[in-house]
Design a protein around this ligand. Structure first.
Ligand code: COA
Length: 148
């Protein structure tokens, strides 16, 4: 590994981000949604409703993290009302356990904080939970969902 570059994603990174997303969804070989994914990532990056960070090892994207930005009603502890939903957290297997995921997320969160986004939400996989705890995330008690 050369020096790992942690940076915001460019539109040229979208195919690799989609590949990671499909692996995360257990649909690596399913191409039926490729255009839908591509439209989503292109338009959301363009209108800044999505922020994506990647770890770039000499031109190869080895990890990603996405933040969907959303403005909720202001709260006293969050006057901007801005929250980010974190998703698509992925490091390719041969690069895991080297601190890349943690560093990438840490840098992205620092950058969001500078923009006034100080509340991050996520759903965790079992494997990723220790990483999120180390990064300071706290498990919520009253989280509920409804799928209709
Ligand atoms: C979760 C994931 C992104 C971590 O990426 P990474 O680059 O390996 O992260 P780090 O090296 O910073 O590891 C951070 C911590 O996560 C935990 N962790 C990472 N991989 C682990 C594994 N295979 N088993 C147990 N704990 C693990 C450890 O606590 C680790 O710290 P340590 O190595 O000091 O013990 C990566 O394992 C992955 O892509 N997993 C599959 C997809 C996934 O679960 N994504 C999260 C969706 S919410």
């Amino acid at each position: 590994m050369l020096i790992m570059l942690f940076r915001k994603a460019l539109t040229t990174d979208i195919p690799q981000i989609i590949k990671f997303r499909k692996i995360l969804l257990g649909q690596e070989d399913n191409n039926t949604m490729d255009e839908t994914f591509s439209d989503y990532f292109s338009s959301s990056l363009a209108d800044s409703s999505l922020v994506v960070w990647v770890a770039d090892d000499d031109g190869i994207i080895v990890a990603s993290v996405c933040f969907c930005l959303c403005r909720l009603a202001p709260r006293f502890e969050n006057p901007s009302g801005m929250v980010a939903y974190m998703a698509n957290v992925f490091t390719i297997p041969s690069y895991r356990r080297q601190g890349i995921g943690s560093k990438l997320i840490g840098k992205a969160i620092d950058d969001l904080k500078e923009q006034g986004i100080r509340k991050i939400l996520l759903h965790s996989s079992d494997i990723a939970k220790p990483m999120y705890v180390n990064l300071g995330f706290i498990e919520g008690k009253n989280y509920m969902t409804l799928s209709t």
